[in-house]
Write a protein that binds this ligand. Structure first.
Ligand code: CP
Length: 280
């Protein structure tokens, strides 16, 4: 499970429906061992993979990167060969290197937890589950993605997924991090789903000034009022408070799906793990 591009809409719906069954209490015991190797920071993805593994009664190991032999120069692939010899069956890996999995996915059982600016498949699947639960479909919806388009693997994976269901994905963001600029307030009323993205300062080549960001591209008391009836807003997290979304709207608005996304992450990752362990 390394990218959305190679998944069919049928495979995507299979994961979502399985995740919904897990949310409704389905129990599965996977008698396999798995290691989480996170070479980039994470809260949601790491902990929800760990929770999913515990729920499935998997044998789980977390590689502490700062104390691992990766720090002594061992390559990631040599680490995988040695962990397999020790008895690990599967690996959940996050790396800043785009498509790191391409050269060794055939030799090792890898689940991609995010690669650079390119792919974040489990995030797109949990976002799709959240949209599907709300609208009862992923077909023919209008989705607007707002923010740091240039550096976002979440945008890339969501776009890949939603186009398979004939939904429209438009985007806007400031110059330098998006090639389309429009005032959010002038178009927000057209969309069923508005996805806000984090400004990824750590990936920017030069320091940019985002003082006026919330006025033009952020969700605030004025822009939220313009949203279409029945529409929702989302954010993969972590949020830059009062930049992408003002603090008062972060957890307390009926259109807000941010914590539903976080919750669904556990069930989608249980569905992914079950699917992979059944097939490999
Ligand atoms: N959405 C997401 O990937 O969050 P983390 O970086 O905290 O895992």
């Amino acid at each position: 499970m390394n990218q959305i591009a190679t998944m069919s809409s049928k495979q995507i719906m299979k994961i979502i429906n399985s995740a919904i069954k897990f949310k409704n209490g389905k129990k599965v015991h996977l008698n396999k061992s798995i290691a989480n190797i996170f070479l980039e920071p994470s809260t949601r993805t790491l902990i929800s993979y760990q929770k999913a593994q515990n729920n499935l009664q998997m044998e789980t190991y977390n590689v502490n990167i700062s104390n691992s032999s990766l720090k002594k120069g061992e390559t990631l692939e040599d680490t995988l060969f040695n962990l397999e010899a020790i008895g690990i069956n599967y690996f959940v890996i996050r790396s800043s290197q785009e498509e790191y999995w391409k050269s060794f996915a055939k030799k090792h059982s890898i689940i991609n937890a995010g690669d650079g600016r390119k792919n974040h498949p489990s995030q797109a699947l949990l976002d799709a589950m959240t949209i599907y639960e709300h609208f009862g479909t992923l077909e023919n919806l209008k989705i607007l993605v707002v923010g740091d388009i240039k550096h976002s693997r979440v945008f890339h994976s969501n776009k890949e997924l939603l186009k398979k269901f004939n939904s429209t994905v438009d985007y806007i963001g400031p110059k330098g991090i998006s090639d389309k600029q429009l005032e959010l307030s002038s178009i927000i009323s057209e969309y069923d789903v508005v996805m806000f993205l984090r400004i990824q300062h750590e990936r920017h080549e030069s320091k940019k000034n985002f003082e006026l960001y919330n006025n033009q591209y952020g969700l605030n008391d004025d822009t939220v009022k313009k949203m279409k009836e029945g529409s929702i807003f989302m954010h993969p997290g972590p949020v830059n408070r009062d930049v992408e979304i003002t603090s008062n709207l972060l957890y307390d608005h009926p259109k807000n799906k941010i914590l539903v996304q976080a919750k669904n992450g556990v069930f989608v990752r249980m569905a992914i793990l079950e699917e992979i362990c059944k097939n490999i």
